[in-house]
Design a protein around this ligand. Structure first.
Ligand code: ME8
Length: 512
């Protein structure tokens, strides 16, 4: 059993979570469940980023004091994760004392090493992205290069971290570790950036007279720590860095940081350099997924085009939403969210293909065998061979590469071959001709196929799979990828329930 440490970004608590936040945590959860299914010892971290100007401004606008504003938002994130079945192991908040201490220690250590200095900062700041930008960057993008909003001109004394000192080291590290950033397009983006630009040292402080909501900078009472320098350190503070060394040694390095492509620079440039400067091993992989858009515009609170995951869960259920987000686009690409596409996926794949297969198989098991299926032979039907063996070979590979959509494609090919098997076998004729052994073999093959397809589907549709396992009468033993071989289950005692996915009317209110 090997450990596997997964992280998501820490979301800003300036607003309630939207579909984009849900997406990253669903991806993280899918990976966590796959790894657990595989027998690995998973530690899955998520949490909230609670300092900085943007949060203070939002609290002020809401008329609440900052602490109760944040508590309310944190509760909303946690409640969404519960509704979406996000199986995180720990929820880190950047306002935890343990985290604050780790941030302060990191600043002191880097300062002692000579990697921090004080200088005048002349440049631009985007409050929405909490990011510093140079004049040429602002001129070229005509606003914030990340979000296109107006930026503030800043002229202030600040503390800087010597990012530039590590540029060659990072370039070499990336050349030696081509799988460090995924997908490839994002790796190329970072390598290209480092080849064509000189890194500017990172400003790691904000004067208290401008930004008071943050961690006190241990070097100077007039400053707080810049929110990104604070937040990135969560990945080590959450697992005990400097205060629970045994735990830290067991879990670090993180095996995969899931992020959106909007925060690639912070994770693929700042973070590795901070770790290197602190003498800490680098994480295994940074996976930057694409954006959900609405009519080609990135979904975000400030653009006013958010899609509320709670309303969708209410209407279609958590598993259907998880399925759609993981199936509709490859994780590295952008995609447009539309209610029509969501409903079509649910009706076609989940209600028609999967739901029908399970329902009619259990129906037949009850009608022809009173739910008790004991076959004479447990041979894999010839028709199943191709999709079944393909999954056996490729499933783990797809999952390890975060190719969730391809993986689902393979599982649904198998499901559809089973649906065809029902149509081609014509069991009602076997029944009429009293071919009991053939009927048992036919039903066993379907139930065994459903059992194995459900195993593969577990990371994507956890509640649905639990229901399928109950209906197959196999819920008592723990689910494990080790049980995916054909013929493992000797017989089935089924307990049919209602169809898994009722069809949804396309004419409901539009959420996009
Ligand atoms: O950046 N499509 O927090 P944040 C897909 N606090 N994913 C999206 C998305 C969209 N339209 N919109 C947001 C921060 N996301 C920092 C992170 S980590 C140490 C600090 C997801 O609340 C995606 O994962 O702005 C993106 O990277 C993240 O939310 C940004 O969340």
């Amino acid at each position: 059993m090997s450990k596997f440490y997964i992280t998501t970004p820490l979301y800003y608590v300036n607003a309630d979570p939207h579909i984009g936040h849900a997406y990253t945590n669903i991806i993280g959860d899918c990976m966590a469940r796959f790894k657990r299914l595989n027998g690995d010892d998973v530690f899955f971290l998520t949490g909230t980023d609670e300092h900085g100007e943007k949060i203070k401004e939002s609290a002020q606008k809401s008329g609440q004091d900052i602490k109760s504003f944040i508590e309310e938002k944190v509760a909303n994130f946690k409640s969404l994760w519960e509704k979406l079945n996000i199986s995180y192991d720990h929820f880190i908040r950047t306002t935890y004392n343990t985290h604050i201490e780790v941030v302060k220690q990191a600043v002191v250590k880097l300062c002692d090493k000579g990697d921090i200095y004080k200088a005048k900062y002349l440049g631009f700041y985007c409050v929405s992205c909490e990011s510093f930008w140079t004049e040429p960057q602002i001129k070229e993008a005509q606003g914030c290069p990340a979000c296109a909003r107006a930026v503030e001109e800043v002229s202030e004394e600040n503390y800087f971290f010597r990012l530039s000192k590590y540029q060659d080291w990072l370039k070499n590290y990336l050349k030696d570790n081509p799988d460090f950033i995924k997908p490839k397009i994002r790796y190329n983006e970072v390598v290209g950036f480092l080849d064509n630009n000189a890194l500017v040292d990172l400003c790691i402080s904000r004067p208290k007279k401008r930004v008071s909501w943050g961690i006190d900078l241990p070097l100077d009472d007039d400053y707080v720590v810049y929110v990104w320098f604070d937040a990135l350190l969560n990945y080590i503070s959450a697992i005990g860095f400097s205060f629970d060394e045994d735990r830290f040694k067991t879990l670090w390095p993180a095996d995969i940081h899931f992020i959106g492509k909007d925060i690639l620079r912070q994770h693929a440039v700042f973070w590795p350099i901070i770790l290197e400067a602190l003498g800490i091993q680098l994480p295994g992989k940074i996976f930057a997924h694409g954006w959900w858009k609405a009519q080609d515009v990135k979904i975000s609170k400030s653009r006013g085009n958010i899609v509320n995951p709670l309303e969708l869960i209410e209407e279609v259920g958590a598993d259907s939403l998880r399925y759609f987000l993981l199936r509709e686009i490859p994780a590295g690409s952008d995609g447009n969210f539309s209610r029509e596409a969501l409903i079509n996926r649910i009706n076609n794949d989940l209600a028609n293909d999967l739901g029908n297969l399970v329902y009619r198989t259990l129906n037949m098991a009850e009608k022809y065998c009173q739910g008790k299926v004991y076959p004479l032979s447990r041979q894999l039907p010839t028709e199943f061979k191709e999709p079944f063996l393909n999954l056996e070979e490729k499933y783990s590979e797809f999952m390890e590469r975060q190719e969730f959509s391809l993986c689902l494609d393979g599982i649904f090919k198998f499901i559809n071959v089973m649906n065809k098997y029902v149509e081609n076998t014509k069991p009602w004729i076997l029944w009429k001709d009293k071919k009991n052994n053939e009927i048992k073999y036919f039903l066993y093959s379907l139930l065994e196929g459903i059992r194995i397809a459900a195993l593969y589907l577990f990371p994507f549709l956890p509640s649905t799979v639990n229901s399928i396992r109950k209906q197959l009468g196999i819920e008592a033993y723990p689910i494990s990828l080790g049980d995916r071989m054909w013929g493992k289950e000797e017989s089935f005692c089924t307990k049919k329930e209602l169809p898994l996915f009722p069809r949804i009317d396309i004419e409901e209110p539009n959420f996009s």
